[in-house]
Design a protein around this ligand. Structure first.
Ligand SMILES: Cc1cc2nc3c(=O)[nH]c(=O)nc-3n(C[C@H](O)[C@H](O)[C@H](O)COP(=O)(O)OP(=O)(O)OC[C@H]3O[C@@H](n4cnc5c(N)ncnc54)[C@H](O)[C@@H]3O)c2cc1C
Length: 484
């Protein structure tokens, strides 16, 4: 998403752009793939930023794609399965669902969400401040200043006493426990989803990636697939050229790298000086998000109406801390959080000929890597198969109408995700959203050499599709102003 955003923006602004993608198709975690008649989104499920003035809406507007890609709202199509009960958002928003399910805690929910909304509002305001105003942060954004290094849990513990409700309020798209997830990230996520809603691109995530690529081409960008960056040439002060895997050398005044900056630094040829060495040391200290196990199911028909939700989250335990700490130790938790996604259920009017389902659960990289390295490919294939069957069984035990509809099964381990996207360890979200890796402490979008820029979910402002989209814009803006 980040690289496509930068490419489409710069080509639309009249710059000469070459986008080189290692894989045979663009999109990274937005890409799709086919098995027979079934088309699967490889990773991402939904996005925000589509409200008027939202980050993705502005991008589509600026490059001439507004109205040419359509999106289906999905936020009223979420379901939570707890060990003893089920909640859903069909009556309204996520918070309305929680208030209806925990009427005695309505005030606590409002108090918790109220603080997040205020911080979220200040994060938005921060983007509009002038540099001198940003220097006076305590004055212009006091909450941002006060909570900059805070995690979600203290506020949640202070306001919400019911442990189940606390888990549901602190479940954000991150792979760290609530006592490690940045309050700023949680606030931005809540603020944005409440203001603009959540959407699924009609035609799938791959359709969105292709629309951006085609649009960049229509503005004159050249898109090269199956040939990524092998080396970045520089003279110690500024970048001069890139070398591609094919051996081709392309002279460039600006290089925007849309993958892990730590890997980009390894591609810099020749002595880079103190700034490069400092950045390399810093790169070694970053903490990556955990990976996931993803199962792709081709169905003969959609599950029955009671189970026909776009997004179902099955909590086998409400102890998120224990899940993510076990994964961080490189072990597979006995009980976890499993998500079932039915993209075809996003649009009630849509009757898909080849409906699909996807199961996603956080998963450590190490056990799969160890198995493949020490026990070989066949043992790894068996391990993947066993986990696929086990996880389908665990989801089907709560959603019985799923299993009998399955026609085709494919799956991705953390190694698969790493292989297809280059994200180390198959990190779902690039860098983990902890306080020490957010805001000014995250990778900046202007790099350590003149003419080198970074974007993607390791960089500012954050991870996710919207975060990557913003980072692509930030990098493109820096490059455009430096090139002028
Ligand atoms: C299972 C899963 C579900 C998710 N669900 C959601 C969701 O519902 N909503 C959401 O907002 N986010 C979701 N995310 C996270 C989101 O998908 C990512 O944060 C975001 O898409 C990252 O975009 P990116 O452009 O930074 O990186 P990527 O998508 O990782 O793209 C990086 C690209 O760089 C290419 N590349 C790597 N090395 C090189 C090289 N040397 N030369 C050239 N190209 C190279 C890769 O091939 C890839 O195409 C999910 C992630 C996963 C794994």
């Amino acid at each position: 998403m980040a690289g496509l955003t930068a490419a489409v923006l710069l080509s639309a602004r009249g710059f000469r752009v070459l986008l080189a993608e290692t894989q045979t198709k663009v999109g990274g975690y937005l890409a799709d793939f086919h098995r027979g008649a079934w088309c699967f989104d490889a990773a991402a499920n939904f996005l925000g930023g589509l409200e008027p003035g939202g980050e993705v809406a502005i991008l589509l507007e600026e490059v001439g794609l507004a109205g040419r890609v359509s999106f289906v709202p999905v936020q009223a199509n979420f379901r939570i399965l707890l060990p003893d009960r089920q909640l859903d958002t069909r009556g309204g928003s996520y918070l309305e669902m929680l208030k209806a399910a925990f009427p005695e805690s309505r005030a606590a929910i409002e108090q918790f969400a109220g603080v997040l909304r205020q911080i979220g509002g200040e994060i938005e305001r921060f983007g509009r401040l002038r540099p001198w105003q940003r220097a006076l942060l305590p004055l212009f954004c006091p909450r941002l200043f006060r909570h900059g290094r805070a995690t979600v849990e203290p506020l949640a513990k202070q306001t919400v006493h019911d442990p189940v409700l606390r888990t549901l309020l602190t479940s954000f798209p991150a792979t760290a426990p609530p006592d490690e997830v940045s309050l700023l990230f949680a606030s931005a996520a809540l603020h944005k989803s409440e203001r603009g809603g959540l959407f699924y691109p009609a035609g799938g995530m791959g359709g969105l990636a292709r629309a951006l690529a085609d649009c960049a081409k229509s503005h004159g960008a050249e898109i090269l697939t199956g040939d990524g960056l092998e080396a970045v040439e520089h003279n110690g002060r500024r970048v001069r050229a890139v070398r591609l895997h094919s051996g081709e050398r392309v002279a460039a005044r600006a290089v925007i790298a849309a993958f892990n900056p730590a890997d980009v630094l390894a591609l810099l040829k020749g002595p880079g000086g103190a700034a490069v060495e400092a950045a390399r040391r810093r790169a070694a200290s970053f903490r990556y998000a955990a990976s996931a196990f993803v199962i792709y199911l081709g169905l003969k028909s959609l599950p029955e109406t009671p189970d026909n939700f776009f997004f179902t989250t099955l909590y086998e335990t409400i102890d998120l801390g224990s899940i993510y700490r076990t994964i961080a130790r490189g072990e597979i938790p006995d009980s976890s959080v499993l998500h079932l996604v039915l993209p075809d259920a996003a649009d009630a009017q849509y009757s898909a000929a080849a409906p699909v389902a996807k199961i996603i659960t956080p998963m450590p990289y190490a056990p799969f890597a160890r198995c493949r390295e020490h026990a070989g490919k066949e043992a790894y294939r068996r391990m993947k198969q066993e986990w696929t069957e086990r996880l389908v069984e665990r989801v089907s035990s709560r959603i019985p109408s799923l299993r009998s509809r399955i026609k085709v099964v494919a799956s991705a381990t953390p190694l698969t995700l790493e292989h297809w996207t280059g994200n180390r360890g198959g990190a779902m979200y690039g860098l983990e959203a902890t306080p020490s890796q957010m805001g000014p402490w995250r990778w900046p979008n202007r790099g350590v050499l003149e003419g080198l820029y970074f974007c993607g979910h390791y960089t500012r402002p954050a991870h996710g599709i919207v975060g990557a989209c913003c980072s692509g814009r930030f990098a493109a803006n820096h490059a455009a102003s430096d090139l002028k």
